[in-house]
Design a protein around this ligand. Structure first.
Ligand code: NCD
Length: 318
């Protein structure tokens, strides 16, 4: 089984990008191309393939200035599965503590002979800053509350697999819309592929201004549940807030936790996804998170396939 592999063909001539900074700037065709290639990798992984040798001799570096479990490890694994080398940079033990800037740090890492830098940073725009200052490819793995494109893509791949399509679906993003980069990447990506989006949460975390982008907003989860095909449950990003957006976590859970009673109000085939980490009992109860409607762990498997597709598209031509 381990010899199983896949031939994705040459990188299509329609793909001209050097960096992946966000889903806002991608066209519907570019997003569909990434999803199609990711599906190819997912099928091969499911069939037992582990070594693809499509990027032999290339090097990808993870530059993570914020914590991560899924994103960081799946980027490393994706690079290795493609035959590239994967290097991990640890911000906490680096010379940043000695006053080196992020650009200088990245330039020094690049000078070691690196083909792609995968960056996560708390400041929106840091990946763009690096893209403007480095010669290698830059992939945004989350820049503050701005974008998390590979998360958006793996959410879309999961939805497409489970629902057979994206166009015409109603997807609700529930929780901390104000501070969630997953929300933004979902909104850009899903809207381009024809889904209808509802953002839902407390009024302190959901702005009516989303309507200006053609997104419906709601403060009442119970009201919207019957017409939703997909629920993407977002964590409250306490680390990005200076004031508490609601009186207590218990009150938030009372109004917005996806639990068995709320599931009974939703469509019978509603799909539950979440980027993780999940806080059991806050945005989702354990029985729903682990229940038959949930694709939360399957999203993680798709995360490797999506990151393989992205790295291959960015580096496969050179
Ligand atoms: C998300 C992130 O870091 O933006 N997690 C992830 O990448 N899987 C969401 C979150 O932290 O809540």
């Amino acid at each position: 089984m381990s010899n199983t592999t896949v031939d994705p063909g040459p990188v299509p001539s329609g793909w001209q990008r050097w960096h992946l900074l966000g889903l806002e700037e991608l066209s519907a065709d570019e997003i569909a191309l990434i999803l199609d290639k990711a599906q190819l990798f997912r099928d091969a992984l499911d069939a037992g393939a582990r070594q693809f040798r499509l990027l032999s001799g290339r090097t990808c570096v993870n530059l993570f200035f914020e914590d991560s479990t899924r994103t960081r490890n799946s980027f490393s694994l994706a690079a290795r599965r493609l035959g590239a080398e994967a290097l991990d940079f640890s911000a906490s033990t680096s010379s940043l503590s000695k006053g080196e800037t992020v650009i200088d740090t990245a330039k020094n890492i690049e000078a070691m002979g690196v083909d792609a830098v995968v960056i996560r940073h708390r400041t929106p725009g840091t990946p763009l800053l690096l893209a403007n200052n480095l010669r290698c490819s830059v992939v945004n793995a989350g820049d503050g509350p701005h974008e998390h494109p590979t998360q958006g893509l793996l959410d879309m791949l999961t939805i497409r697999q489970r629902k057979g399509r994206i166009e015409g679906l109603t997807v609700a993003l529930v929780g901390d819309i104000a501070h969630s980069r997953t929300a933004r990447s979902n909104i850009w990506g899903l809207k381009k592929l024809g889904a209808k989006i509802i953002v839902c949460g407390p009024s302190t975390l959901v702005s009516p201004r989303w309507a200006e982008l053609g997104v419906e907003y709601s403060y009442n989860l119970n009201d919207i549940l019957p017409r939703v095909d997909v629920l993407n449950l977002l964590r409250i990003q306490f680390e990005r807030q200076s004031t508490q957006p609601f009186p207590s976590v218990r009150e938030y859970a009372h109004l917005y936790a996806m639990n068995r009673e709320r599931l009974a109000r939703a469509k019978a085939d509603v799909l539950i996804i979440a980027p993780g980490p999940i806080n059991r009992g806050v945005e989702v109860t354990a029985d729903v998170a682990d229940g038959p409607q949930s694709a939360i762990l399957d999203q993680v498997t798709n995360g490797v396939a999506v990151r393989m597709a992205v790295l291959w598209l960015l580096l496969g031509k050179r």
